[in-house]
Design a protein around this ligand. Sequence first.
Ligand code: XUL
Length: 517
Amino acid sequence: MNRFMGLDASTQSLTAVIIDTEQGRVIGKDSVDFDSLPEFGCVQGVLPNEDPLVKHSDPRLWAAALEKLLGRLRDEGLDLSRVKAVSGSGQQHGTVYLNKLFPSDGNWRQDRPLKEQLEPMLSRATAPVWMDGSTTEECREIAESAGGIEYIQRSTGSPPIERFAGPQIRKFHKNAPELYEKTEIIHLISSFMGSILAGKNIPIDFADGGGMNFMNLAAGEWDERILKATAPGLREKLPALAPSWSKVGRIAPYFVSKYGFSPETELIAWSGDNPNSLIGVGAYAPGAAVISLGTSHTFFAPMNEPKVDPRGYGHVFGSPSGGFMSLICFKNGALAQEEIRKQAGINWNQFDQYLDNTPPGNNGNMMLPYFIPEITPLVSRNEPVYRGSEDFREGRDMPARVRAVVEAQALRLRLYSDWIEERSQLLRVTGGAAKSTPVCQILADVFNAPIERLEISDSAALGAALRAAHGAGQADWPELIETFCRPVPESRVEPVPENVRVYDQMLPIYAELAAEA
Ligand code: XUL
């Protein structure tokens, strides 16, 4: 038995990746889109709400998707009895509220689907997810009674954040105290999904626990002061905390009889999607950082110490391989490049040609790419700022605009990650725009570090599968990463010293422009 399964419960879908460590390859992969289960009323994974800041989902949807996915894998002929261990990944920060009916002995009824069994066990019918931004008042209240924003940031790695578990729990307690009272246990989405597989409550891992706003990162324990400021009796409603590599039980008999797992299948603690992705792209130890160029642009890196961002934009979570990880997220990612591409009326090949035909430094033309309100730094405008020649400002010099958006995105990645102690000797780049060589060249020059490109599309699910293998004692990190997270051959991009000098000079000018805006 050398097979390991990683599941990723993301915002819009549930994905499984199965690896075989003996063959050294992914042997199975499948995904269930939540929109294929419309009976729960969610659209792209979230329940419609008249308040645009409120984003909740239905936990029964995730259970139904799990059954659909496992049924499909079984029917595709994947012998699930050969899976030695399972771990998983969940969208971070979201919370699930269970009452005392949730099983504690691994026993689900065999005769009814999980979505039905779960219904009477939910003390709150819906689960707030990471997209929810409705708790600004609760953030303020918690900060006030816990002794200030800085205290919370130092202890937990982040200032109070609307989408994080703590402010969401406080809001539930304020709005529905009688339902809060009936809540026996509050899970993160990751530990909830793992608990379904175990048929009993399993711990929250240190890595995802770091996204709750009340775990003391350095101690790996709940912070009593912040718990008290969040909601009464909260400590008693939380699962235990455990290292991400903990064995948390065996798969419940329900999954053995229904989907053909072995009763010996071990469960390894689940974690958040960003911590799992860190592993899935092979950045399990300090020295390598990851830039993901997707819808949002994110920078994450493993860290030895839980040092926090003095500006308050970055987050620190636990790393599932031990230690800590930073996360910085920019909302104006792919969309900003897309906007400029459309303005110029060009295709992506021409976009790259424009980059090739313009000089590093862009002749002094610079932009702040705020097409939608930004979270790093917090900016509410939805219009970019342009500084430079008249042709550039007026939108006549489109090659300069193309270079400006890519340079701005690279410069801000460097600027807002400068608090992370371990300077990365290597950057691993993933996501759609990683395919572009000129984009990667700009990143290499701005960071003065070589770039390796990865073509991993399901990094969170793969990371979970690798964690299952590691947690079950099958293989160590270097061996797993070398086998499963190899960069695309010949994809390395080296920094060019003259360009590095140009960007070193440009960085403080960009910082000044950003501060003015
Ligand atoms: C990170 C965050 C998202 C979610 C969903 O802080 O909110 O990345 O984890 O992917």
